[in-house]
Design a protein around this ligand. Structure first.
Ligand SMILES: [Zn+2]
Length: 415
């Protein structure tokens, strides 16, 4: 099972926006660019919302049926490991093997020695076509890379074989993710990680490294854009070379996690994948939930009141809500409006503060990030929330579609 060249990971915490999301990719197809939708949901998200992996499958199939969509689509068991993959086996056909927590787990000295011996042909100076300066491969570098990543990739092999034994190797797409760590992987590290992945027999089609810079949830990229572009381009070239060297799937491509709203690097991503005619997978996260809150705010009345309640509750429960996301949010306390202030806002003021339009005077990324992590409050609101989603389905759906198509796909695929 091979995933198409361009794909978009779409999250939908409450499972109501599948059709609106699918409309966005369909619109791109009408412009001649096929983008494969991949509905992704992690175990953590399921546990907060009290949803099950089968719910994501039902949503995806339902949207496909409703829109009579004929293209390829997938349901991603996002960030799974051996402890939680079981529940995803029947409903998913895309698996993101998350081995970030195994990075730095020591391998045995003999495994490390074997790996280093297998790298002998790269020792000294390694030239990768397209990359100007050769990588200097010292014994010490190989030692460090093996100590850091070998155990993690062995683990990925174990998870892959577990899934393949149950589902059949041809019935799913495999991604390996190592993005949820503090230190980005360099292009040369990526090269040897791919070697390990090849040796562990994993037919990896997408790989999610940790890129340089901050990929905070739901807001723009923070970091050195030129450095990101340089490393991203080298990663693309490393993958190209690794495919041939290690016999990896020819369609192997980069996966950008927390890729939603990274508007300042989209032009770089677009330029580089076009330059080398490469594919890309961009995982969005939480951006659809934020559009639901924007839609509620625009609807006014009771719906606006609930949107305000989400914010004021999140404000008083910040510590609890932010803790699981500490590494992927940056909220400036002093920039958060007070509950008293927000209570008096009208629909436009609330929506403009939340909606991610860089340069919009009211846009407040701190407000946006706090609501981003506040979806637990919506889950607690139960049917009060979901009934309003249903009541304002068209308005909210148009917000979701516009966000994915106009702000994301247009920029990423130069539509
Ligand atoms: Zn991730």
């Amino acid at each position: 099972m091979q995933i198409g060249k361009y794909s978009l990971g779409i999250g939908d915490r409450f499972g109501h926006q599948g059709e609106a999301q699918l409309r966005a990719v369909t619109k791109a197809a009408q412009k001649g660019v096929e983008i494969i939708p991949v509905w992704n949901k992690s175990n953590r998200e399921h546990s907060y919302i009290h949803s099950k992996p089968t719910d994501t499958r039902i949503e995806a199939d339902g949207a496909v049926l409703a829109l009579d969509y004929k293209g390829q689509y997938f349901v991603d068991a996002d960030h799974i490991n051996l402890s939680n993959v079981q529940g995803f086996l029947s409903s998913s056909d895309f698996f993101t093997l998350d081995v970030a927590s195994k990075i730095g787990t020591l391998s045995t000295p003999s495994d490390i020695a074997d790996f280093k011996a297998s790298c002998a042909k790269y020792a000294g100076s390694l030239s990768i076509p397209g990359i100007a300066a050769p990588f200097i491969i010292s014994d010490q570098l190989l030692e460090q890379i093996a100590q850091k990543f070998l155990a993690a990739m062995v683990e990925a092999g174990g998870i892959y074989r577990f899934i393949a034994a149950q589902k059949g190797a041809d019935n799913f797409v495999t991604e390996v993710s190592i993005d949820e760590v503090e230190v980005p992987q360099t292009p040369v590290e990526l090269f040897f990680i791919l070697k390990m992945i090849g040796e562990n027999g994993i037919p990896v089609q997408t790989i999610a490294p940790k890129f340089t810079g901050r990929f905070n949830k739901g807001v723009n990229y923070v970091g050195d854009i030129a450095q990101f572009a340089r490393e991203f381009e080298e990663d693309v070239l490393v993958i190209d070379y690794a495919i041939k060297e290690f016999g990896l799937p020819a369609n192997l491509k980069l996966s950008v996690h927390s890729g939603s709203d990274k508007f300042s690097i989209y032009p770089e991503i677009a330029r580089i994948i076009k330059k080398y005619d490469k594919g890309i997978h961009v995982k969005t996260a939480g951006t659809t939930w934020l559009e639901e809150v924007i839609g509620l705010a625009l609807a006014g009345g009771e719906a606006l009141a609930l949107a305000k309640h989400f914010y004021t509750s999140a404000l008083s429960r910040q510590e609890e809500l932010c803790a699981p996301y500490a590494d992927v949010i940056d909220i400036k306390q002093s920039e958060l409006p007070s509950a008293l202030e927000v209570v008096n806002w009208d629909s436009a003021k609330f929506a403009n503060t939340l909606r991610h339009i860089p340069g919009q005077a009211d846009y407040n990324p701190n407000f946006r990030q706090l609501i981003h992590v506040g979806y637990k409050i919506a889950a607690e609101s139960g049917t009060h929330y979901t009934d309003l989603l249903k009541e304002h389905r068209d308005l909210i759906g148009s917000c979701v579609e516009e966000n994915l198509y106009d702000r994301h796909l247009k920029r990423l695929f130069e539509l």
